[in-house]
Structure formats: C-alpha cells, structure tokens
Design a protein. Structure first.
Length: 280
C-alpha cells in the first residue's frame, strides 16, 4: 500500500505557502500527498515537483466540486465551466506526475435536491455526456479518473458503489474508475466489505477514514473486514487519510464538522497512519 495524507487535514487551499506539508508527510511516514485543487491559480507546478522529488513523496490530485463546477447542472455555462475545471486538474496531474484525478466530479458537492424521475434521468445524461468528454481528454494524457460516491447528506446523485459502477458503465471508458471512502460507505452501504468486493478492479483510489472523519482506528469501522475485502480484490495502491479541521471554516461548514475530532491535525495524521500501517 501507498499510505497517503490529504492536504485537507491541515490547509485550504494548497499553495506555495503550504509546501512544508511534503516534509511533514515524509516525517510522519506517509508515501503520498493528495493535493486538492481548490484554486488552480494557487498551484505552482515547479514548486510541487521540486518538493515531491526532495522528500520522495508521491503526489496525487483530487478536485473540489462546488456549484460553479457542476457538469450535470441545468445551466450550460456552469457545465462548461465544470468541464474546463476538470481538464485543468488533469493538466496539473499530468505536470506533477499524478496518475489520477479523484473526486465527486459528476455533480456539485452539497447539491441535495429531490428530483423527479425525469429530472434525475436528465442529470444522469448530462453527467455521462460530460464525463465522456473529460475521460477522453484524460486518456490522451495517460490520466485515470476516480469517481467518488458521497453520502446522502453531501449529494443527491451517486451515493453507493453500485451507483458509481452504473455511472462508469455508461461512460464506458477504461480510464474511469472509483474512489471509495470508508466514511461514506459506513453511512450508505449495507456492508462495507461487500461494497468493496463489488467495486473490484474499478477501485483506483481508496480513502481510509474514520466513521466520524477523525483518526482511523479511533472509530467503529470494521477494519479487519476492510482489509479482507481489499485483499479479495487484490487492491494494493493508494490508501489516503482524508480529514478536516474546524479552523478551515468554509470546508468545515461544507462537511458539517462542528467540533475537533483530534487534539491537533498532526496527531490525527500521525496516529492514523501508524494504525493503518499496523493493519495493512
């Protein structure tokens, strides 16, 4: 496994001012830093490549999908803006050496509408249409896209692995797979292990997160079952801790984080990776 830390544990947005996270991740025993591209203009490719080489920390890229980047929006201008943003993430991934771009790129995080069947069908069609566009663009650059199902409180669209697989099937591109997350699966799946097995070789990225988004291991996740299921599908790639802190108020509000879940972000990350390495 390649053990990773999301930059969201500490900062938002990532920029040249937060390059120290590479050394911090290295010192804690991580192999990978998952950088979220909230604002492409804050990303300095040369600085990231330099820090990655110096610390021997691999970079993977994920996206941040607000309402102005919704590729399944009824508004054509917003859909086009979303497509261009995903393409920008793909370009950044290509330049920094990330082999994938992850995230709930099919819609806007926080969009929770009770749609009619016709409206839902249109949402699916628009997402598929635009995912085909970006998947082809990514394929030309050798980049994979990992679609993330989110829980019902964060999206009205793709909540489960089965729905994610249906979307992937309709996109029909070899470079499109899943990012699955134990936090979301704990809410939405009947059985986390079965969901992982269902995802199979379509798992391109994995978020190992506590049920409360705190420290992995200090939670109620059945990690033995997660380990067995990942072994059953021969998954041996990224295992990323994604967590947040209440000091980043905009993100905390978006993910409903109303209290601190560890004494410090450093404690959450260091204890979490220690636990995951002991298990996996």
């Amino acid at each position: 496994m390649k053990f990773g830390a999301s930059t969201f544990i500490w900062v938002s947005p990532f920029s040249d001012d937060t390059l120290d996270l590479f050394q911090k991740a290295h010192d804690m025993g991580f192999d990978t830093l998952e950088i979220c591209i909230e604002s492409p203009e804050t990303i300095n490719i040369d600085s990231i490549v330099k820090a990655s080489k110096e610390t021997e920390i691999e970079v993977i890229i994920c996206g941040a999908f607000g309402h102005d980047r919704d590729i399944s929006s009824d508004d054509l201008a917003i859909r086009e803006q979303g497509v261009e943003y995903i393409k920008a993430c793909i370009d950044i991934a290509n330049q920094v050496g990330s082999k994938l771009v992850s995230g709930p790129m099919y819609s806007a995080t926080g969009k929770t509408n009770l749609l009619s069947p016709d409206e839902k069908a249109k949402q699916w069609d628009l997402a598929v249409e635009n995912m085909k566009i970006v998947s082809e663009y990514a394929s030309e650059k050798g980049i994979k896209l990992a679609i993330e199902p989110l829980n019902r409180f964060e999206t009205d669209f793709i909540n489960t692995v089965a729905q994610g697989l249906e979307l992937i099937g309709r996109i029909d591109a070899d470079n499109v797979g899943l990012l699955i997350d134990t936090f979301h699966m704990n809410i939405e799946e009947k059985n986390t292990g079965d969901a992982i097995r269902l995802a199979g070789d379509k798992v391109f990225n994995f978020h190992a997160c506590a049920n409360d988004r705190g420290t992995p291991g200090n939670d109620n996740i059945n990690w033995a079952e997660v380990k067995n299921a990942l072994s059953d599908i021969d998954y041996n790639d990224y295992m990323v801790i994604e967590a947040f802190n209440s000091g980043i108020t905009e993100i905390a509000k978006a993910v409903s984080l109303w209290r601190e879940l560890a004494t410090t972000p450093d404690e959450l990350a260091s204890n979490g990776v220690r636990f995951l390495k002991a298990i996996f």
